[in-house]
Design a protein around this ligand. Sequence first.
Ligand code: ZN
Length: 116
Amino acid sequence: MRDDTHHLDKAVELLRSGATMLGQACPACGTPLFKIGEQVMCAKCNRPVVILKATEDESKVFRGQTLATTEHTLLVKIDEAQSAIEKEQDPTKIAQLTQSLSNLLSALERLKKVDR
Ligand SMILES: [Zn+2]
């Protein structure tokens, strides 16, 4: 009985010492992991845990997908703005459209510089 709850005491102790609870679970026992400084600890196993590299890869893939989707949206909007300018006759509206096209192009430019 004592052994079953021991890790909870340890968890409380970790939180008191300024650790934060992570959304990730220990790969060995499945209890939530704690982060203290740069170290990740499992309260139940009472040992440091190295976060699996697969998790990093997954988040990188997700990041890449998000950036690709954003890039696609920007390209669609650039195309729309370009067509709108082509059809527009009012100089004021052309100026507004040109400004938004310019904003879209610089957003795209910044996006391309983001490390994926
Ligand atoms: Zn564990």
